[in-house]
Ligand binder design. Structure first.
Ligand code: NAP
Length: 255
């Protein structure tokens, strides 16, 4: 189905989206590309990168794909190097990668899992931005993808939720540190039936329960998240920094 996007807010801009070969990251890359951005997509597996690049090119999007496991320092550097070699600068970075390796409670969680959650969900975004910062142009924008679980970390997503809470703080801290050159904002999605959320949305009953928690009585879509991320990354949000936008159809999260 042809996507109807009327704006072209990213004409002449260069956008990197991590973990973007499917799900929310792919949706964001697609939206930015359809609005005129040159997009750099990435994920761990070459095959996924190649397939996603083809899907975006088929829509007329200017795109390159780079393998980047966010935990791999060399691959993070390569992601930035390839972008700068090809386009010369960076306007938008969307930090979207996350993991949730186990569903155990916090008090039963193995140290290796605690380390991995912190590393993938928080630390690697900081390390990526350290490498990218010298190439960010005036008026650029960073968007973190957090979660409503960051406001209400609860079983079975409690520790994952706490790492997402950390992103709210990181958004504020970096908004201050990177101003006035770069704005830094955050999207907190509600439930979206992607591969990542499959364990929550697979059964009809569980899915219905999540739909019922939302005032709008449905799950989110990757397009819902892409619209929000594109807004925050665009000049429409030129006076917004350090903020988190909840995109959850009214699922309880915060005041
Ligand atoms: P998804 O559909 O499962 O997609 C995950 C993407 O990340 C894939 O492209 C995968 O490709 C890539 N990836 C996984 N681990 C990676 C790593 N270590 N380094 C680089 N790329 C990696 O997931 P999603 O639901 O879109 O989730 C995206 C973000 O939204 C996450 O931050 C998640 O916490 C957040 N979120 C999701 C929901 C939801 O309900 N879905 C709700 C709130 C927040 P490869 O396998 O090729 O690496």
């Amino acid at each position: 189905m042809e996507k109807k996007v009327k704006a072209n807010r990213f004409e002449g801009k260069v956008a990197i989206v991590t973990a973007s070969t499917q799900g929310i990251g792919f949706g964001i890359a697609e939206r930015l590309g359809l609005e005129g951005a040159s997009v750099v997509i990435s994920s761990r597996k070459q095959k996924n990168v190649d397939e996603a690049v083809e899907k975006l090119k088929a829509q007329g999007i200017d795109v390159i794909g780079v393998v980047c496991h966010v935990s791999n320092g060399q691959q993070r550097k390569n992601l930035i190097d390839m972008t700068v070699q090809k386009y010369g600068h960076i306007d938008v970075i969307v930090c979207n990668a996350a993991t949730n390796p186990t569903l155990s409670t916090i008090l039963e969680m193995q140290e290796s899992v605690l380390d991995k959650l912190w590393e993938v969900n928080v630390k690697t975004s900081i390390l990526l931005l350290q490498v990218a910062a010298p190439h960010l142009r005036n008026g650029s924008s960073v968007v973190f993808i957090s979660s409503i679980a960051g406001y209400q970390p609860e079983v079975p997503l409690a520790m994952y939720g706490v790492t997402k809470t950390a992103l709210f703080g990181l958004t504020k801290a970096l908004a201050s540190e990177m101003s006035p050159i770069t704005r830094v904002n955050c999207v907190a999605p509600g439930f979206v039936p992607t591969h990542f959320a499959d364990f929550l949305t697979r059964s009809k009953e569980a899915r219905k329960a999540l739909e019922d928690r939302a005032l709008l009585k449905r799950l989110g879509t990757t397009e819902d998240m892409a619209s929000a991320a594109a807004f925050l990354a665009s000049d429409d949000a030129a006076f917004i920094t350090g903020e988190t936008l909840v995109v959850a159809g009214g699922t309880p999260s915060r005041l």
